[in-house]
Ligand binder design. Structure first.
Ligand SMILES: [Zn+2]
Length: 288
């Protein structure tokens, strides 16, 4: 499978930033780990793809951000976190919830997420002073919700198209197109973005057929920058040990007594780290 990538360039005489993302492989990896239904994969995949775009603007090695979409729908919250190296991770609250497709055949992401609520973005540039932006959801379909976020929270009109296509448990195409006028670009650039984004209503099929470069080439012949993006959690057995150590010996031993072993769960990638009695002894030292 093609690697997940983001391509970025400037178009229209340098007035508009264009980004195209092929996130097919990353969404497939998230689906494999979380056992998503098709509609859950689409809700997560669209959110993760737009979050990766946000991450691509992060400056500094230790910057990161998280996005929470809370629309009150039956699928629950969608949470994504990522960093400036475009390593993305996250989950949906009800990954096994299924819904019938909409009348037009598309996955019912709006029905899954719900359209009554907020999107919250917390970004941290590594200085320990996180910035929080919140906007009201428009529909829960994610693309227009991110557009609204860019406009109300960052005062930057941004045209967004997102798509995820799933068949028989396999992600066939997933990605995003983002058109953002640069500051001072003028009304003409804004209407250009609004008009041109309309060509990407079947984005998941375009990504499946043409990939990111072929999709970008629908708008420009300009050279572009390319970066990899990943679904990759930063949890590890070592970090799980750290969580247990901060819990303390007494509580750890009580849990062990109760359950026979201790399982430390990472929500972000659905991994369980199992600790046996021997592991706990080794961790805290022999003497109880
Ligand atoms: Zn994890």
């Amino acid at each position: 499978m093609r690697k997940s990538i983001i391509l970025k360039t400037l178009i229209e005489g340098g007035n508009i930033s264009l980004a195209v993302i092929d996130s097919t492989e990353a969404v497939q990896e998230a689906m494999r780990r979380h056992h998503f239904t098709a509609v859950a994969a689409a809700a997560f995949g669209r959110t993760m793809t737009a979050s990766a775009y946000l991450c691509s603007w992060l400056k500094g090695e230790n910057s990161s951000l998280s996005v929470t979409v809370n629309g009150g729908g039956p699928g629950g919250k969608v949470c994504v976190a990522g960093d400036s190296s475009l390593r993305m991770r996250g989950f949906v609250e009800h990954p096994d919830l299924d819904l019938p497709p909409r009348a037009d055949g598309k996955l019912d992401v709006g029905g899954f997420v719900g359209g009554e609520g907020t999107m919250t973005v917390v970004s941290d540039d590594g200085t320990g002073l996180p910035f929080t932006g919140t906007s009201n959801l428009i529909s829960g379909e994610i693309a227009e919700d991110f557009s609204a976020y860019f406009l109300t929270s960052e005062q930057r009109p941004t045209a967004v198209a997102l798509g995820v296509k799933v068949k028989d448990g396999k992600v066939l195409g997933a990605g995003g197109v983002f058109l953002q006028p640069l500051p001072g670009a003028g009304e003409e650039a804004v209407s250009f973005c609004e008009r041109e984004i309309g060509r990407f209503t079947h984005l998941s099929s375009l990504i499946e057929e043409k990939g990111a470069e072929g999709t970008l080439r629908m708008l420009t012949e300009e050279p572009y920058d390319e970066r990899r993006l990943f679904f990759r959690c930063h949890c590890s057995k070592k970090r799980a040990e750290g969580a247990l150590l901060s819990l303390g010996r007494r509580d750890a031993e009580a849990l062990l007594e109760e359950q026979g072993q201790i399982s430390v769960h990472c929500h972000y990638c659905n991994t369980d780290y199992i600790f046996t009695k021997e592991d706990i002894k080794r961790l805290f030292g022999e003497e109880a």
